[in-house]
Design a binder for this molecule. Structure first.
Ligand SMILES: *Cc1c(COP(=O)(O)O)cnc(C)c1O
Length: 402
């Protein structure tokens, strides 16, 4: 069985992490070395997570209550919760499936006198050209927050130079994960200085907290190994254990309601040590090959099946979603063929505010209710990827013939 997700971290990184925690944490200056991996370390801040950094940003910006933040309609629920926590109104902007981003007209139409900022996400590993958004924002004096949490690609892309903030995540399910960690590139040096000062008042993430993560995800990495994953999935079915819900919960960073309290922490040196190591050892060739494989898969499927975001270029294919008519049946077919696909419960469609109900993101809702994420990561061979495409296409044709 090909597991739905592989945690993108090596055993040696996990061992290094355990070593840092237990025997010899790197010096506190290690976060400066993380920041130095971006072109302008003066404008870069390492945080516990993107959510921590985004919350820190909104704390320092202190936008007037009731200000609107336009948000590309599909994102993770926590980003929306953070905006609301700061007394701001998230306004969804529906998107085009081909790029997983709103068109420039959709952005423009959503702007109101209360709008102060745009939060645009690069989805699924694809990268947008945000130049038109930056232009639009400049004309309306809006801030641009660029969510690159799903789009880390080493030094190939480190944020748009004119974005006010670009955010990169190294959370558990992201590529090049350090089991946590986020990096924000902030254009305004003074703002960044204030954010740094505020972060310094946060309590430090404990070593025990990070050690627990290292051990937990080492366990999950083991369960995702190919022979193990099959046995584990069968066992779960046999005893009626809801493996799906468990995996989704386990892969989520900050569970429960205490979100804000939990994200207001400073990353400890062990986490920063592992992140520094991940950045230093980033394997561009491995991701290049994976990206080629993704393009091949997209070509096989795209005439028959909708592959949201596949039109973005460049694209790392960090995940590979398809939108199908009957996701449940397709899921069954895929699992039977040894591909543990999933319906992606970690994303949400941003709901419209009460006073702007016309902004309901209908296309996004439709898309998310029929989406399936195929197991797709560098370890999946080209031949297996082809076989997976055959399973998907067979399911699709079957329906048309009826
Ligand atoms: C993962 C993710 C985040 C949050 O990143 P963390 O570092 O886990 O806080 C934000 N936005 C998007 C689109 C994401 O996929």
């Amino acid at each position: 069985m090909w597991s739905r997700k592989r945690i993108d971290i090596g055993w040696s990184d996990l061992l290094a992490g355990v070593y840092y925690v237990c025997f010899s944490p790197p010096p506190a200056s290690v976060s400066r070395r993380v920041e130095a991996a971006w072109p302008d370390a003066e404008r870069t801040l390492a945080c516990l997570s993107v959510r921590s950094g985004f919350d820190l940003l909104l704390s320092e910006l202190a936008l007037p209550r009731g200000s609107e933040v336009l948000v590309s309609a599909i994102t993770i629920p926590d980003m929306v919760r953070i905006i609301e926590h700061h007394g701001l109104t998230p306004v969804p902007v529906d998107l085009m499936p081909e790029t997983m981003a709103p068109s420039i007209d959709q952005w423009r139409r959503a702007i109101s006198p209360a709008t102060r900022a745009i939060l645009v996400a690069h989805m699924f590993g694809g990268r947008l050209d945000i130049e038109p958004i930056v232009e639009l924002a400049a004309r309306h004096e809006l801030l641009v927050f660029e969510d690159c949490a799903q789009a880390f690609a080493g030094t190939l892309y480190q944020g748009h130079p004119r974005a006010d903030v670009s955010m990169f995540s190294f959370g558990v399910i992201k590529s090049s994960t350090a089991l946590g960690g986020g990096v924000l590139r902030v254009r305004d040096v003074n703002l960044l200085r204030r954010m740094r000062r505020r972060q310094a008042t946060y309590t430090l993430q404990t070593r025990g907290h990070y050690l627990k993560r290292l051990l937990k995800y080492a366990g999950m990495k083991f369960l995702a190994c190919r022979p193990v994953c099959g046995c584990f999935a069968h066992l779960c079915r046999a005893i009626g254990f809801n493996y799906d819900r468990w995996v989704n919960r386990a892969a989520r960073g900050f569970p429960g309601a205490a979100l804000i309290a939990q994200i207001r922490r400073r990353p400890n040196a062990s986490l920063m040590g592992v992140l520094e190591r991940r950045l230093r050892n980033y394997n561009a060739l491995r991701w290049q090959r994976h990206s080629d494989k993704g393009r091949t898969l997209a070509k096989l499927l795209i005439d028959e099946v909708s592959c949201p975001g596949a039109n973005s270029a460049p694209h790392t294919y960090w995940v590979f979603p398809v939108v199908v008519d009957s996701p449940k049946r397709m899921l069954e077919n895929l699992i039977q063929a040894g591909f543990d696909a999933t319906q992606g419960q970690s994303l949400c469609v941003v709901p419209p505010s009460d006073d702007r109900p016309s902004l309901r993101a209908v296309v996004s809702e439709q898309l998310l209710s029929n989406i399936l994420f195929l197991p797709f990561y560098p370890e999946l061979t080209a031949r297996e990827s082809q076989r997976m495409a055959d399973v998907v296409l067979a399911g699709t044709n079957h329906k048309e013939q009826k």
